[in-house]
Design a protein around this ligand. Structure first.
Ligand code: ERO
Length: 313
């Protein structure tokens, strides 16, 4: 369909085609899951955020979705960073970027992990996750501007890869500005906005109980519920970083029209989380086809034709 219409994107010289790929988190923990993403239409393979030690995660049920979105308190279940490094050579055959999401539980862990990943040439990029809402007793680093600054400074000292950062959602212009000020001090290849909205609560009125087990039912919210917040974060960071740092949009994307809105707001590429969990790898081809159809209708042939060109009233 529409062979003259391209949804190709580039971040720090890495081609992502289509500009649509999986968000760190859902269905990207095991090698089999990563291979399924590799075989799909996803423009890249993103891993589950990894820690120093393998983790089983929080007790189940820890994920729940309704018609409008999801709540999770997975608690970082992952195989440990060494496994995701080891997988990199086998992911090469899919001929798409392999991105390792890193969420060490301390500054020292992140330094060790990023240093180690530097030895693996088949890792195309690192997404440093400063925004995990679900490790019991650990606040989100991205809500502490000084800690974020120190984290980026120390991690970038040892990093050898293209490295971007995954942020929490912000809700206040002063906070956008503070975080943008931190980001501008460092050489980041991309900024992903946003992780799930922390500490939401789903309640089942019939059962008179919460939907997930960890933390008394509190968890990160994704899906339709968060799309306006995600769009606002993409737009604000696009503007505050002077349209120079590629922004990866994530939060409530389930159609080509949603992807279009994120790119119009300034995103270079987009990730799919809740909808990938809901419908599996088929979502990547569908969202890409819908995006291309919409571009055709509007007379656009590349993402550059409309990226960031959101009109204001
Ligand atoms: O609980 C998790 O593993 C998790 N859930 C999210 O919504 N975002 C995360 O960043 C994350 C773990 C790093």
């Amino acid at each position: 369909m529409s062979s003259h219409i391209s949804t190709k994107a580039a971040i720090a010289g890495i081609t992502i085609e289509p500009c649509i790929f999986n968000a760190a988190g859902p269905l990207c923990v095991t090698k089999e899951e990563l291979e399924a993403i590799g075989s799909s239409h996803s423009g890249a393979i993103m891993t589950k955020s990894c820690t120093f030690e393998p983790r089983p995660g929080n007790p189940e049920p820890r994920y729940y979705e309704d018609a409008l979105g999801s709540i999770n308190s997975m608690g970082l279940p992952n195989l440990g960073y060494m496994k995701y490094a080891e997988f990199s050579s086998e992911m090469k055959k899919y001929r798409k970027p392999y991105i390792v999401s890193v969420a060490g539980l301390s500054l020292q862990d992140n330094i060790e992990i990023v240093k180690y990943l530097g030895q693996f040439k088949d890792i195309d990029a690192i997404e440093l996750n400063l925004s995990c809402p679900n490790v019991i007793g650990k606040p989100q680093v991205a809500y502490d501007f000084d800690a974020s600054d120190e984290m980026l400074r120390e991690v970038l000292k040892v990093n050898k890869h293209v490295l971007g950062v995954k942020l929490s959602p912000y809700f206040d212009f002063a906070h956008f500005q503070q975080m943008a000020g931190v980001l501008k001090k460092h050489k980041l290849a991309f900024v992903s906005c946003v992780n799930s909205l922390g500490e939401g609560l789903f309640i089942d009125a019939d059962a008179e109980q919460v939907a997930i087990k960890p933390k008394g039912g509190f968890g990160g919210i994704g899906g339709d519920y968060i799309k306006p917040t995600a769009l606002a974060n993409v737009r604000k960071f696009y503007e505050l970083l002077d349209r120079k740092v590629p922004i990866v949009g994530v939060g409530g994307i389930k159609s080509g029209r949603d992807a279009f809105e994120f790119i119009l707001a300034g995103a270079t590429a987009v990730q799919i989380g809740t909808e990938f969990m809901r419908s599996g790898t088929a979502c990547f081809a569908r969202v890409d086809a819908e995006l291309k159809a919409l571009m055709k209708e509007k007379g656009y042939s590349t993402l550059d034709d409309f990226r960031g060109k959101l009109k204001v009233l």
